[in-house]
Design a binder for this molecule. Structure first.
Ligand SMILES: [Zn+2]
Length: 255
């Protein structure tokens, strides 16, 4: 569906991501907006429509997944009842019983995962849309290690150290110690949405903090001091509060 939207916009001669970039500039400058009123207004509403549609599509696909996961839970629970019976009769080993128990727990875990994805679907879509836009811009401007770049829409630090998502706990602990609350992680690693948009987000997490707010500033200072690469987004999807976030890790790229 997203690809269809992008294709549709491309066939009008204006790549979606370029259109998004233009919009943010226009939004930041009321005078420019007045001069070029007709088209940006259309583009603005189109971006908003794309966002709403993408979120709806995503929620629909998650609901389908959820239904499958619920069926898996039922069938694994039936198997467990069977296994308990057989174990009581001495017909299967304890290991086989434990296997059946583990299968139920795993199936329930999938449901929790899909439910939390459903709960912050808007954030995931907005974060991913902005990252897809930045990816198109950044692929043309490689950065030296350890350097920092600021534009109107993002701040990018290339980070000279090594970073893996398995180090995320360090960042989480730093934040917890500093602010006595959990790091607000909106997206952790690769989600269904990244697969659909062909973005590699396996080694990154998105933190729902505005880079200009004190908490965001302190987090970025910590990341810089530790050589951890990040990309901080200031912009929001027009008409919503979602979008600003700090992507910890190297920028997503297309696969
Ligand atoms: Zn991200």
């Amino acid at each position: 569906m997203i690809l269809a939207i992008i294709h549709k916009v491309r066939s009008n001669g204006l790549p979606l991501l370029v259109a998004v970039a233009l919009l943010f500039q226009v939004d930041a400058n009321a005078q420019t907006r007045k001069r070029t009123e007709t088209r940006p207004a259309n583009e603005l509403s189109r971006l908003r429509e794309d966002f709403i549609k993408a979120t709806k599509d995503y929620k629909t696909s998650l609901a389908k997944l959820l239904a499958i996961y619920e069926r898996n839970v039922s069938s694994s629970e039936e198997k467990l009842v069977q296994a308990q019976k057989l174990f009581a009769e001495g017909l299967i080993s304890r290991n086989q019983l434990v296997e059946a128990e583990t299968a139920v727990a795993a199936a329930k875990g999938k449901i929790n995962e899909a439910q939390s994805q459903m709960a912050n679907a808007d954030t995931q879509i907005a974060d991913t849309m902005l990252e897809a836009q930045a990816e198109a811009q950044m692929s043309r401007t490689p950065l030296r290690k350890g350097s920092l770049v600021r534009t109107t829409s993002y701040i990018r630090f290339s980070g000279a150290g090594t970073w893996a998502l398995s180090d995320a706990w360090r960042v989480q602990r730093f934040f917890q110690d500093s602010f006595k609350r959990q790091l607000p992680v909106g997206v952790f690693g690769q989600g269904a949405i990244h697969d659909r948009w062909r973005l590699d987000h396996r080694n990154a997490m998105d933190v729902s903090l505005h880079p200009d707010a004190p908490e965001g500033q302190l987090l970025m200072n910590y990341l810089r001091a530790n050589g951890i690469p990040f990309l901080a987004f200031r912009t929001a999807i027009p008409g919503t509060a979602t979008g600003p976030h700090i992507h910890v890790g190297r920028p997503s790229h297309r696969f």
